[in-house]
Design a protein around this ligand. Structure first.
Ligand SMILES: [Zn+2]
Length: 183
């Protein structure tokens, strides 16, 4: 507060800027001020807002401008976005893989119902075959992701990445052929 003309004596008191103070009765603490004369008190933002007739936001801005600092809760500047950690990136990739597998699994379920053969001797629809072939595998991969610890994530992602990409492509193909109408 010295910056704003508050000079403390040896006892840590100063002349109060808010009343005619003959004997220093203005005390500064780590987290604010208190005047034993006029009972004015508050934190550093209150001090600046009273001294200069500003509202709290303006006072915070003035403090930030004068000192290059500001209480973060008053500071109008957005806090800097921290770099994402490796764990967070892996977690995101696992979530993304999970979503692809779920989408694909739903397709497989649909195909199983939609293309269920009428009779045993009929030629099975290729999508029904694909569903039979891949359902267990996709279930298994979902289990792997579900059980995956942060420390195991890089190895798992490395292991299943190619497979997930294939399923993603497969889903896109299917959505495309649904839009254009399957014969
Ligand atoms: Zn005072």
């Amino acid at each position: 507060m010295e910056f704003y003309g508050i000079k403390l004596n040896k006892g840590g008191f100063a002349q109060c800027p808010f009343h005619a103070d003959d004997s220093p009765s203005f005390k500064v603490y780590d987290d604010g001020f208190y005047c034993f004369g006029c009972l004015e008190h508050g934190d550093v933002i209150d001090f600046v807002s009273k001294l200069f007739g500003l509202d709290a936001k303006e006072a915070a801005e003035k403090l930030a401008a004068d000192f290059g600092i500001g209480d973060i809760s008053f500071c109008p500047v957005k806090p800097v976005q921290l770099e994402k950690s490796e764990d967070e990136k892996n977690r995101e990739r696992l979530n993304e893989s999970w979503a692809v597998l779920c989408d694909y699994l739903h397709l497989l379920w649909d195909w199983k119902n939609q293309y269920l053969p009428d009779r045993k001797d009929e030629n099975w629809h290729p999508l029904f075959c694909e569903a039979l072939q891949n359902t267990d595998r996709v279930d298994y991969l979902l289990d792997c992701i579900w059980d995956c610890q942060a420390s195991e994530a890089p190895a798992l992602l490395e292991q299943i990445g190619g497979e997930i990409d294939r399923y993603r492509t497969r889903i896109e193909q299917e959505r495309g052929s649904e839009i254009h109408g399957r014969k």
